[in-house]
Design a protein around this ligand. Structure first.
Ligand SMILES: Cc1cc2nc3c(=O)[nH]c(=O)nc-3n(C[C@H](O)[C@H](O)[C@H](O)COP(=O)(O)OP(=O)(O)OC[C@H]3O[C@@H](n4cnc5c(N)ncnc54)[C@H](O)[C@@H]3O)c2cc1C
Length: 384
């Protein structure tokens, strides 16, 4: 068993770390305050190859492995979970889904634009009445000759109002749940397609979140992704990639909470000595360190499975569940170690805490990850 990164992975880690700490981290607080997504940053990341890490070079990607992808998410997640969310959706939920399920024409049309950052993509699954129970979506797809008519509404869609295209999941037979689901690639300028910004979020303020409205949106059959009836399978396979990105990003956030806490604990004086010297503070630091190391190993284990081309649902759910939960714990302990200053946006733990809270909700809640793991252990599905 070899735990070291290879030369290529080491190189990407050094490069992305340098980029994220100089081009993202210094601006994160301002972007958070402004609630503004830094669009120009994505173009820059595209030009450096960071938007298409695991996508083959023939489609405009960097052609690297899944551990390299995790490294990019970890480094970007260390700097800013909002930017990491935008990147996760672009690379994991949209590009990899098109790569795995798209026709040659779809891959050639969309992937180079997405990998370069010329276009932004979004992933439209969740609806007002269907989140965890994704098979219960109501957006309808009706076939009319060589075209499809789409009607419905999506909510909580990351990149929703800034996206140039969306993967839209719809139902062909009302009430048929996963059996009738179908997916489409829909360009945002298609008549009848519109988006509205969702505001008032606790964190991730620099990540765009929107509602999508599909009002008699007409798309050709060539916009269909996969076969009719494969929509649910496509959504779940996309989430195997998306959850991996969330888990990797949370390792970065948890590492940042730890680094900030160690530095602060060595500087802050109480009772005439640095608080780092108190056993109860070291207890928190040690717990944070164990959390982040264990989460990173679970992510790398899932990445190894992906690199073998094996089905990764279970290792990904384990990594996603664990990494998102410990990232919340580390952010919370970082606030504790910073004392009153931890409650202020002058210091980083406050933003880490708000931003990471969503990670155990989106792309399948922690409860859903446990039910996936439980189904695998027992052979009994709690979903049916
Ligand atoms: C900031 C943000 C960005 C998002 N981005 C996207 C995106 O890009 N694309 C997209 O499609 N969606 C996106 N989502 C939606 C997200 O994936 C859903 O919010 C999530 O899947 C949970 O669904 P829900 O909100 O409907 O909660 P519900 O499904 O209503 O769940 C509510 C609670 O009930 C629990 N629960 C539900 N079913 C069960 C069960 N069977 N057993 C035990 N407990 C259960 C859940 O764990 C949760 O605690 C985003 C959400 C947020 C907040």
């Amino acid at each position: 068993m070899d735990f070291s990164l290879n030369a290529e992975q080491q190189m990407i880690q050094d490069a992305v770390r340098k980029f994220a700490r100089s081009e993202i981290l210094p601006y994160s607080r301002d972007w958070d305050h402004a609630g503004k997504f830094p669009r120009e940053l994505l173009t820059k990341m595209g030009s450096l190859g960071y938007l298409g890490v695991p996508i083959p070079e023939e489609y405009g990607g960097a052609g690297l492995d899944y551990i390299s992808e995790a490294i990019v998410f970890e480094e970007v997640g260390y700097a800013d979970s909002s930017v990491r969310t935008t990147l996760s959706v672009q690379m994991s939920l949209v590009e990899l889904t098109i790569l795995h399920w798209g026709s040659e024409a779809q891959k050639q049309h969309y992937l180079p634009k997405l990998c370069s950052g010329e276009w932004i993509g979004c992933f439209g699954l969740t609806e007002p009445n269907a989140g965890s129970d994704a098979a219960n979506i109501a957006t309808s797809a009706r076939r009319e000759g060589d075209e499809w008519l789409l009607n419905g509404q999506k909510v909580w869609i990351s990149n929703g109002t800034i996206a140039d295209m969306a993967i839209i999941f719809a139902q062909t037979q009302p009430g048929s749940k996963s059996k009738g689901m179908v997916a489409f690639l829909v360009d945002a300028n298609t008549p009848g397609y519109s988006a509205r910004k969702m505001t008032g979020k606790l964190g991730l303020k620099a990540s765009d979140t929107g509602e999508l409205f599909l009002d008699n949106v007409r798309v050709p059959d060539s916009a269909r992704l996969g076969e009719v009836g494969q929509g649910f399978k496509i959504a779940m396979s996309a989430l195997d990639n998306g959850r991996y990105g969330v888990a990797s990003g949370c390792v970065g956030s948890a590492q940042h909470a730890l680094d900030a806490s160690v530095a602060y604990a060595k500087e802050r004086i109480a009772f005439n000595r640095p608080i780092a010297g108190f056993q109860l503070v070291q207890d928190m630091l040690a717990q944070m360190k164990v959390n982040v190391e264990a989460a990173r190993l679970l992510v790398y284990q899932a990445g190894w499975v992906k690199n073998q081309g094996q089905k990764s649902t279970i290792p990904v759910s384990i990594a996603k569940y664990y990494a998102t939960e410990i990232a919340k714990q580390n952010a919370d302990m970082a606030i504790q170690i910073h004392g009153g200053y931890g409650y202020s946006d002058e210091y980083v733990p406050e933003r880490l805490w708000r931003d990471v809270r969503v990670a155990s909700l989106y792309e399948g809640t922690s409860q859903i990850q446990k039910l996936i793991i439980g189904r695998d252990l027992t052979g009994i599905s709690a979903f049916e």
